[in-house]
Design a protein around this ligand. Structure first.
Ligand code: SAH
Length: 342
């Protein structure tokens, strides 16, 4: 259990024998002050003692290791879960924003051939509280250096739409209670069509990113095994319906792999799909992973990345190249994986 699993009614039930205002104070302590209940000075000492041993208010995440890179602006935490399992979360300070990349599952079942998380396999779903706690951990760390955490991306370990309900409750908690703008929350999916359809029904203005990587079924089947279940026709149909329903712009993520999906023809094929949906493209030069290296996959050279981007641009598709953060500490896209417990 995480203290961030309880909703407000859950907190109220826990404090049912006390005056109602204590619920507000505890909620405020958790979500505004990001404090440990046992350290909330507004509460009487006896209550703090009781809360310190309340199982429902325990912390679910323990920091096993904290690694920093990029002159201290990228921080990766290896976290051990009280319920068992390990995950990683990454905080990135940019000049004008601070973003946390959170995990939605311990491990991942999607098995994308170039992703370290996929290679390690699936352990279990994360609860809402285990997800929210990652955001709280990052928000606290940001405060310590006088920054404000203002962006959350579900691009860590796991497939968010394979854990939709817990992820969605976490998204609501992040927006409504931690005060992060919906427009600053991004859900990234490998292409779980029912998840895209559910998101399309929500009035929340969160962003959707789709990990495309290939614009034809033959190649996508190879890179992203889930494509067998939801081939491009279905995936793009769901994307089109999402855009029609929400009037929001989708981003397509495209890990550029040398000689695999980085040719002019690949760019043209992608441009056709992206232009039809008025989608934005995020190019990520492939980051090294043990599995990728074993399969002899390498990132496209810089000149190819820029040529690919320019070609998309000439076809009216806006593409940005994602700046790699945290490679030195294996915190970059696709590098999150945790070894066996030491
Ligand atoms: N499962 C979700 C969330 C993970 S987001 C999804 O697939 O969208 C992580 C992003 O990094 C995805 O776009 C993923 O395809 C990409 N990625 C995985 N391995 C990578 C690698 N080695 N180099 C660059 N990007 C990678």
């Amino acid at each position: 259990m995480s203290r961030y699993d309880l909703d407000r009614d859950g907190i109220a039930a826990l404090l049912a024998d006390l005056p109602r205002f204590r619920t507000g104070q505890l909620w405020e302590g958790l979500y505004s002050q990001l404090a440990d209940p046992a350290e909330l000075q507004v509460l009487p000492a006896s209550l703090r003692e009781r809360l310190a041993t309340e199982p429902a208010l325990a912390e679910a995440l323990g920091v096993e290791r904290e690694l920093t890179a990029d002159a201290g602006t990228t921080i990766k935490w290896l976290l051990s879960l009280a319920r068992g399992g390990r995950i990683e979360a990454v905080l990135m300070h940019h000049p004008r924003r601070s973003t946390v990349c959170v995990s939605s599952q311990a491990g991942c079942a999607m098995a994308c051939s170039f992703c370290a998380t996929g290679d390690a396999g699936f352990t279990r779903q994360l609860s809402t509280g285990e997800i929210v706690e990652q955001v709280v951990l990052a928000a606290r760390a940001a405060r310590r250096v006088a920054r404000r955490l203002d962006h959350v991306v579900f691009m860590g370990m796991g497939e968010p739409f394979a854990n939709f309900d817990n992820v969605w409750r976490a998204v609501e908690r992040i927006i409504d209670d931690l005060g992060i703008a919906a427009r600053h929350v991004t859900l990234s999916t490998v292409g779980v069509v029912p998840g895209i359809r559910r998101l399309a029904e929500s009035p929340r203005q969160v962003n959707l990113a789709v990990s495309l990587h290939a614009a034809n079924d033959a190649l996508r089947d190879e890179l992203v095994p889930l494509n067998h279940q939801y081939p491009l026709g279905q995936l793009l149909g769901a994307c089109a319906d999402y855009v029609a329903a929400t009037h929001r712009r989708i981003s397509f993520e495209w890990a550029l792999i040398a000689g695999v999906n980085d040719s002019d023809d690949d760019a043209d094929e992608l441009a056709t799909l992206a232009a039809g949906l008025r989608a934005h493209v995020n190019l990520i030069p492939l980051n090294p992973t043990p599995g990728g290296i074993a399969r002899q996959l390498a990132g496209s050279p810089r000149t190819r990345v820029l040529a690919f981007q320019a070609r998309l641009g000439r076809r009216g598709v806006n593409a940005t190249v994602r700046r790699t953060r945290g490679r030195a500490i294996a915190a970059a896209c696709g590098q999150l994986a945790v070894g066996p417990t030491p």
